[in-house]
Design a protein around this ligand. Structure first.
Ligand SMILES: CCCC/C=C/CC(=O)SCCNC(=O)CCNC(=O)[C@H](O)C(C)(C)COP(=O)(O)OP(=O)(O)OC[C@H]1O[C@@H](n2cnc3c(N)ncnc32)[C@H](O)[C@@H]1OP(=O)(O)O
Length: 287
């Protein structure tokens, strides 16, 4: 534990994650995820737009992939590359994630990626899903989701991967991990992230019944932190971010790191990632 704390102070949580995942239990060096992500990005029109305000140190990442910002392999690759660039930019301390689409934040994993694809392609896709979560949940930046539309399944995972959630106060927008309703099961690290957000009992009910919560109900169980009118979601996120950035980065990062290390299963470890990947690849293959 002393080592973990020393490393967290030195590298932040994502530094600890990368230390853990670059060196497997057997001491073998793994290929840097950055390299494989850069190679994979084939898309022509950007699905992500990022604006970094260097005077405030806050970046706004807008998902702009119609019709529903579904998390395809191309989308996830672009998302991770942008996250990685911001993470390496020392002038960027805070990240707000939102959508340019009306009514939808993100529909979650792209269903077409899970249907009729080869095991290799499924494996590549799932690795990108893991990567998205590791990068977001382990980010050194303060992260806020400005949820301006529905956010089921993987969209919810992306939201709870952020430090704080502000949702538009519209009962027609829903959020939740609804996998069981689709006949599939949320992986253990989706569960951990939900437990860390809403607590054990609410997470258990939510996962087993695959509940999608309206914005007001999501606030009641603590799945989101705040509701605001549609036209105020971004300005509220900016105001909230300035409060987060008033805390010294190292103190916030170490606090987050200790909390997550004590409360999250070992996906950052290379062997756990591979195990999760095998299970999911087989599941997707047989869907
Ligand atoms: C193997 C284990 C894996 C475990 C983990 C799974 C995590 C996941 O994320 S699974 C994906 C779960 N996602 C959903 O259940 C969301 C389904 N979508 C919706 O609920 C709605 O589309 C919406 C609330 C997001 C938006 O509703 P809206 O009325 O505005 O739009 P629609 O008419 O429903 O959809 C428009 C268009 O988009 C296509 N689409 C919707 N969701 C997805 C998706 N996840 N992947 C790919 N495509 C999607 C939908 O089919 C429509 O397409 P067409 O216009 O061509 O019909």
């Amino acid at each position: 534990m002393a080592n973990v704390l020393r490393n967290s102070a030195k590298f932040g949580f994502s530094g600890v994650l990368s230390q853990l995942s670059i060196h497997s239990r057997h001491g073998r060096e793994c290929v840097s995820p950055c390299f494989s992500l850069q190679q994979r990005n084939n898309s022509t029109s950007p699905k992500i737009k990022v604006d970094l305000d260097s005077s405030t140190g806050v970046a706004v990442l807008r998902m702009q992939s119609p019709p529903v910002n579904s998390l395809s392999l191309d989308f996830l690759t672009e998302f991770c590359i942008n996250l990685e660039k911001l993470e390496m930019d020392r002038s960027c301390r805070g990240l707000i994630i939102t959508s340019t689409l009306s009514k939808v934040f993100s529909a979650g994993l792209d269903i077409m990626e899970m249907y009729g694809k080869s095991p290799e392609r499924c494996g590549e896709f799932w690795k990108a899903v893991q990567e998205m979560w590791l990068k977001l949940y382990g980010s050194n930046m303060a992260t806020i989701a400005a949820i301006n539309g529905s956010s089921p399944a993987g969209g919810c995972l992306m939201s709870i991967g952020c430090d704080y959630r502000i949702m538009v106060d519209n009962p027609r927008y829903s959020i939740g991990l609804n996998e069981t309703q689709l006949g599939i099961v949320a992986p253990f690290w989706f569960k951990d992230t939900l437990v860390n957000t809403v607590g054990n009992r609410a997470a258990e009910l939510s996962l087993e019944l695959g509940l999608l919560y309206s914005a007001p109900d999501a606030l009641k169980i603590g799945l989101v932190d705040q509701l605001v009118p549609e036209d105020q979601v971004l300005s509220t996120a900016q105001d909230t971010m300035s409060k987060w950035l008033a805390i010294p980065d190292h103190a916030r990062q170490i606090d987050q790191c200790v909390y997550i290390i004590y409360n999250t299963s070992p996906l950052p470890l290379d062997h756990a990632r591979q195990m999760d990947q095998c299970v999911i690849s087989v599941c997707i293959y047989y869907i």
